[in-house]
Design a protein around this ligand. Structure first.
Ligand code: SF4
Length: 238
């Protein structure tokens, strides 16, 4: 794994390549971001953004959501998938916010992850983007990008989060996640577009796999590198 100074430089370079990196979920406060992030599991941000305006108009806060009828809630979120589990989790989350936190979203990892349906990734998204508390959400893109570049190691999100947090100052945690997510969506896809990558010269995968793959191929067949990824990590589908 790379030294902290190199990790920081790489993240800053990715931030220059993706200056618009931010969560793509639409929200106006921590409650809305919590709901949107819970809905985004096994879905897309674009799909969630189509559902949430009407949802937030009907249930603007935890006190309103806790009074929702499950069947009605399910109908509103059906297009995001897994609507039964999600509606149950949303109702449970709203109940706990009302009963234990005065209807507010707590700015605390432990309290957030005690809410039904809220894991560490969701908690970090809300902490980092809506509550001003440094958080580094690790999703499948962060796992893939960080392992390929060599700034983290392993397929356990919590372990990768700890490695990146250790190497980076707190003020860069959320940014580090945002830029890697966007890099993973746009460039370092499962089939990476290394020719367009700003951190190619620092990337272990490029040095160890892609360049070797290029040199092995007959000249006539050389094109965009197609490499099998020995560092591929198993990540949940979303
Ligand atoms: S050089 Fe290729 S594999 Fe490495 S981070 Fe960039 S796109 Fe991903």
């Amino acid at each position: 794994m790379k030294a902290p100074a190199a990790v920081r430089r790489i993240i800053e370079t990715l931030a220059e390549q993706h200056p618009d990196a931010d969560t793509e979920l639409h929200y106006r406060n921590a409650f809305e971001l919590l709901v949107a992030t819970m809905l985004s599991a096994q879905s897309t941000d674009a799909r969630v953004n189509m559902v949430t305006p009407a949802l937030f108009a009907k249930y603007p806060d935890a006190a309103a959501l806790v009074r929702a009828k499950q069947a009605s809630l399910e109908r509103q979120i059906v297009s995001t998938g897994f609507f039964r589990q999600k509606s149950k989790a949303l109702l449970g989350m709203a109940r706990m916010l009302v009963e234990e936190h005065g209807g507010h979203v707590p700015a605390d990892m432990e309290a957030l992850t005690r809410l039904p349906g809220v894991g560490r990734k969701t908690a970090n998204v809300v902490l980092g983007h809506a509550l001003g508390v440094p958080g580094l959400p690790v999703d499948r893109h962060v796992l893939r990008v960080s392992n390929r570049i060599g700034i983290a190691e392993g397929d356990d999100p919590e372990r990768v989060e700890a490695q990146l947090c250790e190497a980076l100052p707190k003020e860069l945690w959320t940014r580090a996640s945002d830029v890697q997510i966007l890099h993973g969506r746009r460039i370092c896809r499962p089939k990476p577009m290394c020719e367009d990558c700003a951190v190619r010269d620092d990337c272990d995968y490029y040095a160890l796999v892609v360049t070797k793959d290029i040199t092995k191929k007959p000249a006539a067949k050389r094109g965009r590198p197609r490499a099998r990824d020995p560092r591929r990590v198993r990540t949940p589908a979303r």
